[in-house]
Write a protein that binds this ligand. Structure first.
Ligand code: G3I
Length: 390
């Protein structure tokens, strides 16, 4: 097996050899993972760094590409840090800005890890976004005590004000409210019966956005949600409810700049991605909002074949099919995967993985566990290159 460094070194040698001889036959096609790449490819295809990185290719097509990162991994793994700096124009902390991580006690904030990531991002000329200020998960135990519950509204305002002020002018965007729609909870507007909904009432969403804007007038304020990608009944209803929510916010002049579509999609699904998503993005565009693909990955548990070459090819096609629809709209400005390497994907501890594929680690991201690019990398890069002129 080649390491990532060997892969990059070999790719450069191959490119040089091809340039020198005029032959396009690649010796890489005989080795390991690259058996799937056709024998005759332009030399530049094999180079995934510099001008051929996802970061650079995205930028050429009006996009910023990036990834969520678990900050500890950037701090402790220099190869991973190098990969992130090479491929990402934007980063977002996976967990470290959530309430539980940032707010261990009512009177204490721990900005150390996100501050580290911000300086890492700045030193590599990357943007950073924030995730998130308000979610039904990651609600600290201390705020749920009988003593503190009645003070939830004030804690909420103080938290958003303190955190947004700390990063004012430094973040590209904030996921202000995350996953607030859950029709199954039976509330008006399909609102989720979260801790915040129950303690503050349905206007907690408007309150969060107004408070964030007051503390940081520069960050693009985003509503972020999942389950809107497919042409099935559940996703159609969720799209309708989100449009209703956002239109209401616009009418009430609540400051909001973007919708985040999480983009946790699945391979080998009977449901299709098509007109529903395209019409949804267009409706968002017509409201004057930007669209960010904030947490893209492909869950491949439903692929029957175990062969990694086949699985990689199906995963890559799933990315390509999704991005062909999403990137057709000029409203889409950011594309982030939810981590960059299979080594760190949340999908291996996701809700159904241990039942469906307990012995098969996910191959869901552009880079494998050893940071070598997979078919998914090339599919994503091609999707950027194939983006219609906007
Ligand atoms: O850091 C602790 C570690 O000290 C402890 O030993 C271990 C034991 O379980 O837990 C570790 O924390 C875990 C953390 O991930 C870091 O790996 C938490 O238990 C676990 O709940 C947490 O899961 C995260 C999850 O959100 C909940 O916050 C996932 O990493 C993260 O990928 C996931 O991200 C969400 C987005 O925020 C919103 N959209 C869906 C997405 C995927 O679920």
């Amino acid at each position: 097996m080649q390491s990532r460094r060997e892969f990059i070194a070999n790719s450069s040698r191959v490119a040089a050899a091809i340039a020198a001889t005029g032959s396009a036959a690649s010796p890489l096609t005989g080795c390991g993972r690259y058996a799937a790449i056709p024998a005759v490819m332009p030399a530049s295809f094999h180079d995934v760094s510099g001008s051929r990185s996802l970061r650079a290719n995205a930028a050429r097509h009006g996009l910023v590409f990036g990834s969520a990162v678990i900050i500890h991994n950037v701090q402790t793994d220099p190869d991973f840090a190098e990969l992130i700096a090479e491929q990402c124009g934007i980063v977002v902390p996976t967990n470290e800005l959530k309430w539980v991580a940032l707010r261990p006690a009512p009177d204490r904030y721990d900005f150390s890890r996100p501050d580290f990531l911000l300086s890492f991002a700045e030193s590599h000329r990357m943007l950073m976004r924030g995730h998130n200020l308000c979610w039904h998960e990651s609600v600290p135990a201390w705020i749920q005590t009988p003593e503190n519950r009645p003070r939830a509204r004030q804690f909420f305002i103080d938290h958003i004000t303190t955190v947004c002020s700390h990063y004012a002018g430094k973040l590209q965007s904030w996921d202000v409210v995350n996953e607030a729609i859950n029709p199954g909870d039976g509330q008006p507007g399909g609102l989720r019966k979260s801790f915040w909904f129950e303690q503050i009432g349905p206007d907690y969403i408007d309150l969060a956005f107004r408070t964030a804007r007051a503390a940081d007038p520069h960050a693009r304020l985003t509503y972020n949600d999942y389950g809107v990608e497919y042409d099935n009944a559940n996703n159609t209803e969720k799209r309708r409810l989100i449009l209703e929510l956002l239109r209401g916010m616009r009418q009430r002049e609540v400051p909001i700049d973007a919708l985040g579509i999480q983009s946790h999609i699945k391979a080998a699904q009977p449901d299709k991605i098509g007109k529903g998503l395209a019409d949804f993005i267009e409706a968002i565009r017509q409201m004057g909002l930007e669209v960010y693909l904030t947490e893209m990955d492909v869950n491949e548990d439903d692929i029957a074949a175990d062969d990694p070459v086949k699985r990689d090819s199906i995963v890559a096609q799933t990315y390509a099919d999704y991005l062909r629809i999403a990137l057709a709209s000029p409203a889409v400005k950011l594309v982030l995967t939810w981590d960059l390497s299979d080594r760190f994907t949340w999908l291996d501890s996701g809700p159904t993985h241990h039942r469906k594929q307990p012995n098969r680690p996910q191959r869901s991201l552009p880079f494998d566990r050893d940071y070598r690019p997979k078919d998914a990398f090339f599919a994503i890069r091609n999707s950027f290159d194939n983006r219609p002129e906007l």
